[in-house]
Structure formats: C-alpha cells, structure tokens
Design a binder for this molecule. Sequence first.
Ligand code: SIN
Length: 187
Amino acid sequence: MLLDTSALNQQRQRVGDDESVWLFGYGSLIWKADFPFLERRRAFICGWERRFWQGSHDHRGTPEAPGRVATLVASPDAVCHGMAYRITGETLKPLDIREKNGYLREITTLTFDDGKHAEGLVYLATEENPAYLGDAPLDAIAAQIDRAHGPSGANREYLLNLACALRELDVDDPHTFALANRLMPPA
Ligand code: SIN
C-alpha cells in the first residue's frame, strides 16, 4: 500500500535550504550516498535495532509484489550503527522523495566515533504506516527479498549491499547477516 510521506516530512522539521542538519542513515543511506553532503561520519544511535520489516512498493518491489527494506524497531538496550551525513536543507528535499513510502523524519541523538553527540534526523517507518510488513520467519523474509524487484533494482541487491557495507564498517548485525546468508547465489 502506498503512502506518500514527502509532504508531511517537509512540515515536520523545517530546515532552510542553506542550513545544515545531521542525518543518520542505517539502510540504503549507508551504501547509496548519491547525494551531496558536507561531512560524513560513522555514528550510532541508541535504543533501536535494524529490521527488514518495511515494505518497498516503490524502490525494491511493486504494489503487487512488495520488497522488504530496513526500518528501525525500538529496543531499549540496542545500539544501531550507521553513517551520519551533514547535509543542507536543499539536499533533504530529494531525500524526502526517496524515503516517501512510509518513512517519517524523527529527531534523534547521534553519537560519533569520538564519543561526541549531535542532534540529527532519521527516517523511521513505524507499524502505523500502511507499507509496514512487520516480522516474519527469516526464511520467509529472505525468500521475499530474493524474489522482489522494483524501479530501483533487485531487492537482494539492497540487502547484499547493506550487509557488505556493515561488514566493511565492522558492525555486527545478526538480523541482516542471517538474511544475507539465506539468499541463493545468482543463477
Ligand atoms: C536509511 O537508510 O536510513 C533509511 C532506509 C533506507 O533508505 O533504506
């Protein structure tokens, strides 16, 4: 099901075109940084776990056969590692379009490698959004990802690129790695 959150996001935190803001990325925003940024730093946020529980009808699947992409699920003791980008408000606009299928911008506290903190934004898709698919057995999630394909390409590419980027960052993510290990090698 499609819900375009881009207009809602523009209203949530107003960032002037020339102002800058930190954005925390935990999914495609880690490995597909095809947007201009002023700074890029490894970072983590506390209290959240990465899960392939969000449906993708617009990028890695279709309305008829949605794929699955990452969102964050609240988990008090968890730490989610990712990549932070300092971007301008001008750059945020196209990212709102990219993340429009159910993600809402939230304010979060980022911690950088050196222990310093900053307030920033994160795109979060909660169970309230119509594209949310939620939990399922890992085999079923992996099979859905293996099948799905959308305008941005194969869903498996999203998962494998994310797993590869997390390994490069030396981040342990049992959920993502368990799914990636279940994917059949390409024919
Ligand atoms: C993110 O990467 O931070 C949001 C989800 C996605 O675009 O994969």
